[in-house]
Design a protein around this ligand. Sequence first.
Ligand SMILES: [Zn+2]
Ligand SMILES: [Zn+2]
Length: 97
Amino acid sequence: MTSPLIYVESCPICGDGLCRIRICVTNQRLTGLVLCDECEAMWTDPSMQERIESSSSETEPSCPTCNQSLWGEQSHWASIGEVCLLGWFDRVRIAKV
Ligand SMILES: [Zn+2]
Ligand SMILES: [Zn+2]
């Protein structure tokens, strides 16, 4: 089973990556972010007005809610259901992969 690729647009920072929806779940709380799959630039939502500067500037992007790595076990790329839950469904594009 392949999951569809959900993204907002191609990345305005690096030009190569796609800005996709990253989900972090801690204490049953769902945090949604827009994250470039190439350069790891982050935004608070699909309007991409507000960029998030990663607090641990070192290697990995971290969740602004729990500060854990967005490549950690509590985090994953959003499913369509999760995008709906965030209320972002009409602001993303879906590509079949
Ligand atoms: Zn990028
Ligand atoms: Zn988190």
